[in-house]
Design a protein around this ligand. Structure first.
Ligand code: PRX
Length: 661
């Protein structure tokens, strides 16, 4: 069954896209060196996924290994059941005990304020062990949850690796989230401790993180301890006697020896909240060992990552991308990584390039938004810096438009850099679609090909596969190690959200099309989730926030395409009779979203309208709102409207009267 998920123009663009092979020089050193090699390995991994995952597992360090590779099927599955593996041991000790890598830099830190630090694998092992002992001294045990509210810092990595060392489940909360959003995550995960920085630098300003933590904890909760890292020297930081501890003081007293605990490969390792289709964020649970096995495989083949690389992933630790490709995947492969705090175009537009030049970075991973921002800053700026070491540019999180792709290749990569637009989700714990650098051809804007061991398919609403060139729902038909194992505290929601749509398969919530060359193109979400600068936001979560305002009767939020951010949220509001549209009210409503969710979700505009377009059953037809802001009119089908008379007025409200604030 064909579903209307893509415009004619999009399908034409996809059908006409040109294959670009990787350069011979790249190919000569990559793990896989031809399309045939990819196809043969992929085919073998689908016929016998166990052998592929066994091959990956053989490259890791195990504490105890049973024979079994996969047990069960979707949605109830385990990888390496009864086998024991420790993530922290694989990411740190393996390299710290190897004379060839122990003194190699694991992480270079560059603060937005210009501060620089570095840590070797050996030093990292010592710090991680000490902090694991700190966690133990605070009474934390395997299975307890700790919330981590920190920006990209070496200390953040120490904290997370320490949790992984002893089986404490960490939950990183993006340090741009509001106190309200942080509170919701702390409370609903039953966190017993919070680890935070006192502040962070962002665009030259100091964000007072510890104060936000205090505000978040002003409620009933189970947090007994808060550890505060003084990132911003001299910042007055309120500390609560008995509950709050200074990171430096407490770690200085800890012993540097803490053996990594043997943990079942399917034990929960990390928890990360993400937006779903309903108002309440979902606490995605990943198995520690499973996450390691998966991320190691993705990072090795899709980033072609090696110990000699100097690699920079600009993602913030609040998003799973950094856990997949840096914290776990990157460190497990023993590479050297840059950690950057703050905005990559501050204090000047060339900051990204300056850092790349300083460390001779050869692989860069960022979001399409960031690449588009650099495109806007222009070619001249890029050419002022020595980027000659660059061989691979990677992106994730939102569609990478062909224009940005072409620009990246030309301006950043001298026309021969490999570009890898990867597709993944918080739930997939990795990127089931991507190119294999050096092996597969690229196409400007495509998400490449399925990863080994992943049966990725596109289906119609009847669950049957659709032919190439036909858009449909993106699904994955078999289990893989880094796939989310649960939604924290709500297993029914896990089953309902991902496994109810197509029996026996994982439903991604995205639409996609496969072209005649076998390349996948992800078109967008099929639910109420939008991606703003790669930040995944539920429009329903925003609407629930707006409705709480006393002036609001109804709220609808839709995404509007934006040149840099990909999509920006636009809110539509109908008001209580006693309120009139005003700039002040619009500002208040925007602030309400900032308070409830975070500033990254601030609506670009608020439109006050007299009535919403609705179906006969009373559902707001968001598609029409989208059409009005994009085209200034509704061109699509209007027969579902309960009251078609409202359309003209609505269009006028939005485009004519200047009611947008
Ligand atoms: O809609 C897809 C979009 O981002 C969603 C996942 O967002 P998040 O959970 O924040 O995961 C980030 C990656 C670990 C997807 O459902 N998305 C991700 N990558 C792409 C994409 N859309 C188009 N092209 C991509 N390359």
């Amino acid at each position: 069954m064909v579903i209307d998920l893509a415009s004619e123009e999009t399908l034409k663009l996809i059908a006409e896209s040109v294959k670009v092979p990787p350069s011979d020089s790249y190919r000569s050193t990559s793990y896989l060196q031809s399309e045939e090699a990819y196809l043969a390995k992929y085919q073998a991994s689908i016929e016998d996924p166990e052998s592929f995952w066994r091959e990956i597992a053989d490259e890791l360090t195990w504490q105890h290994r049973e024979q079994a590779v996969v047990e069960g099927s979707l949605p109830d599955f385990r990888f390496f059941p009864g086998s024991f593996i420790n993530v922290s041991e694989n990411c740190v000790d393996r390299h710290a005990t190897n004379p060839a890598s122990r003194n190699k830099v694991a992480l270079f830190f560059e603060g937005e304020n210009g501060e620089r630090k570095a840590v070797t694998y050996l030093q990292l092992q010592r710090e991680v062990s000490k902090f694991a002992n700190v966690l133990k001294s605070l009474g934390l045990q395997k299975g307890d949850v700790v919330s981590v509210y920190m920006q990209n810092l070496i200390e953040t990595y120490v904290v997370l690796l320490a949790c992984l060392r002893i089986g404490v489940i960490y939950n990183t909360v993006f340090a741009g989230f509001s106190a309200e959003a942080l509170r919701e995550r702390i409370v609903s995960s039953n966190a017993k401790a919070v680890i935070c920085a006192n502040g962070s630098y962002r665009r030259g300003k100091v964000l007072r993180l510890k104060e936000i933590v205090d505000e978040a904890l002003d409620c009933e909760n189970q947090v007994e301890n808060v550890v505060v890292y003084n990132r911003v020297q001299g910042l007055e930081t309120p500390m609560m006697e008995g509950r709050d501890h200074d990171y430096d003081a407490i770690i200085s007293q800890a012993l540097a020896n803490c053996p990594p605990e043997p943990l079942d490969a399917n034990d929960p390792g990390l928890l990360i909240f993400t937006s779903g289709t309903s108002g309440k964020p979902k606490g995605i649970v990943h198995a520690g060992g499973g996450f390691l096995i998966g991320t190691y495989a993705y990072t090795k083949y899709q980033l072609d990552l090696r110990p000699e690389d100097v690699y920079w992933n600009t993602a913030d630790i609040g998003w799973l991308t950094s856990h997949i490709f840096v914290l776990v995947g990157g460190l497990a492969l023993g590479t050297t990584t840059i950690l950057y705090e703050g905005a990559i175009d501050f204090p000047h537009q060339g900051r990204l390039y300056e850092v790349m030049e300083r460390y001779s970075v050869n692989k860069v991973f960022s979001a399409p938004t960031a690449y588009r921002m650099m495109l806007k800053y222009g070619l001249d700026l890029a050419q002022k810096y020595d980027l000659s070491n660059l061989s691979l540019l990677v992106s994730v999180g939102e569609p990478l438009n062909p224009e940005a792709w072409q620009w990246m290749r030309k301006a950043l990569g001298r026309g021969d850099v490999v570009i890898n637009n990867t597709w993944g989700q918080t739930e997939t714990g990795g990127t089931p679609l991507a190119s294999i650098p050096g092996a597969t051809v690229m196409k400007a804007g495509s998400c490449g090909v399925p990863f080994f061991g992943h049966q990725v398919d596109i289906v119609g609403s009847d669950g049957e596969s659709v032919p190439d060139g036909t858009p449909g729902y993106l699904i994955i038909r078999n289990p893989f190690p880094s796939l989310a194992r649960d939604i924290f505290g709500d297993h029914d929601r896990y089953l309902r959200s991902y496994f109810a749509q197509v029996p026996g398969a994982y439903f991604t919530g995205d639409s996609a099309v496969r072209d005649s060359d076998g390349q996948f193109w992800v078109l967008g979400r099929v639910d109420d989730v939008i991606n703003v600068s790669g930040h995944r936001i539920s429009t329903m979560e925003m609407e629930s926030s707006l409705i709480n305002h006393r002036a609001v009767v109804e709220a609808a939020v839709v995404g509007q395409p934006d040149e840099v951010k990909g999509v920006v949220p636009v809110a539509f509001i109908t008001l209580e009779k006693s309120f009139a549209p005003s700039d002040e009210l619009a500002a208040e409503l925007k602030q309400q979203i900032v308070n409830d969710i975070g500033s990254f979700a601030r609506p670009e505009r608020v439109h006050f309208v007299e009535a919403m377009p609705k179906t006969r059953s009373g559902k707001i037809i968001r598609r029409m709102l989208r059409e009005i802001i994009q085209n200034g009119e509704v061109r699509g089908d209007v027969t579902g409207l309960e009251d078609s008379d409202i359309l003209d007025k609505l269009v006028l409200d939005v485009t004519g009267q200047g009611n947008a604030v």
